[in-house]
Design a protein around this ligand. Structure first.
Ligand code: ADP
Ligand code: MG
Length: 342
């Protein structure tokens, strides 16, 4: 098992130079009802701030629909923020013109959940991998082929002659995901988002794909955000973990600190609900606290978790949004229980 040889990741986070800085980010989608016009907004991401270090890997966990993919697509420049700032290598994405945005897209890679859906069915592997190079201005056919071969070697699609002419439907799920990863890596990005990269793959190939991503991260000093439901892979893959709830990041900590000493009642409930092993004996966020996740159109006042929280302080949690507290160094939580004045 890969998880037995965990890389030593302690104390790697603090000293790092920041690659990506996110401040008060909001991504709201307009909700339109036919015949009635604008009926409100889906607040998919609501006031999110964090820093991602160069070469750092962060895992993001949270129930389905809490805004993980919307946050990632916005960081990748695919959605425009409603408000707030995203700064990459010191430059605000707001200031990029179309050329600036194009070169930003080349510095970031995206590995989605569903590899087949991510690949154009009528393009061969060669064409899929050549396209970003053409868009990126690599004019020489020979150079493009060299770079395709190099990246295919890295993702272990070998021998490459066997794969260049193949179409996505001729490949297994694991091979398709290797093509998606090759496409994400071909422009030598600084930052990679892996959005549940193995959840749709057979259990037998999951470990191999995670190993591959982990290897690429260390060889290229890539910054990675890894979205997952699988807690057993989190500590293998990342140094810090963020917990999202209803469009917000409610807890941020080093993986070990969070797993050993979760602070937010929501995180505690999630961890308590993970004792039931699934088919692969992996801990997953299957069971969640009682009650429904809130509407993102009209989220509860105060702390969004308060209607489901066993520790709710009436008159506070249901009225005022909690600030970010740091009860132990490097461990951040948005919860009134950690306000010293309470
Ligand atoms: N393009 C979009 N237009 C409108 N609503 C969207 C769009 N993308 C996501 N949403 C809504 O935003 C919320 C968060 O979705 P998403 O970011 O996909 O969550 P997750 O990835 O955590 O499952 C959901 O309510 C979803 O329906
Ligand atoms: Mg998603």
């Amino acid at each position: 098992m890969i998880y037995e040889n965990k890389p030593n990741l302690t104390n790697m986070t603090q000293q790092r130079e920041s690659l990506l800085s996110i401040k008060n980010l909001r991504v709201w989608f307009e909700l339109r009802r036919w015949g009635f016009g604008l009926a409100g907004h889906v607040r998919a991401v609501d006031n999110v701030s964090f820093e991602l270090g160069r070469g750092e890997a962060i895992a993001v966990v949270g129930e389905s629909g809490c805004g993980k993919s919307s946050l990632m697509k916005t960081l990748l420049g695919l959605y425009k923020p409603t408000s707030g700032d995203i700064t990459f290598e010191g430059k605000n994405l707001k200031d990029f013109d179309s050329e600036g945005m194009r070169s930003y897209h080349a510095r970031v890679g995206y590995v989605q959940q569903d590899p087949f859906g991510a690949l154009a069915p009528f393009l061969s592997v060669e064409r899929i991998l050549e396209e970003p190079l053409i868009i990126g201005g690599v004019k020489s056919k020979e150079e493009r082929l060299q770079r395709i071969k190099k990246v295919m070697q890295e993702v272990k699609l070998m021998p490459f002659e066997d794969f260049l002419g193949k179409f996505p439907h001729m490949l297994s799920g694991g091979q398709q995901q290797r093509v998606v990863i090759a496409r994400a890596m071909i422009m030598e990005p600084r930052f990679l988002v892996a959005d549940e990269p193995v959840s749709m793959l057979d259990a037998s190939v999951r470990v191999e794909i995670l190993k591959l991503l982990r290897g690429l991260q260390t060889t290229h000093n890539l910054s990675v955000i890894y979205i997952t439901h699988d807690l057993s892979t989190v500590s293998y893959f990342s140094e810090r973990i963020f917990v999202m709830y209803a469009g917000q990041i409610i807890e941020k900590a080093k993986v070990r600190d969070l797993l050993d000493d979760a602070k937010h009642p929501y995180t505690v409930a999630l961890l308590n609900g993970t004792s039931e092993p699934d088919a692969n004996n992996a801990k997953t966020f299957k069971e969640v606290p009682p009650g429904e996740p809130p509407s993102l159109v009209k989220p509860p006042a105060g702390c969004r978790f308060h209607p489901r929280c066993a520790h709710m302080i009436a008159g506070t949690c249901d009225i005022k949004e909690p600030e970010e507290y740091e009860p132990t160094p490097g461990h951040f939580v948005h919860c009134w229980l950690y306000d010293k004045k309470q």
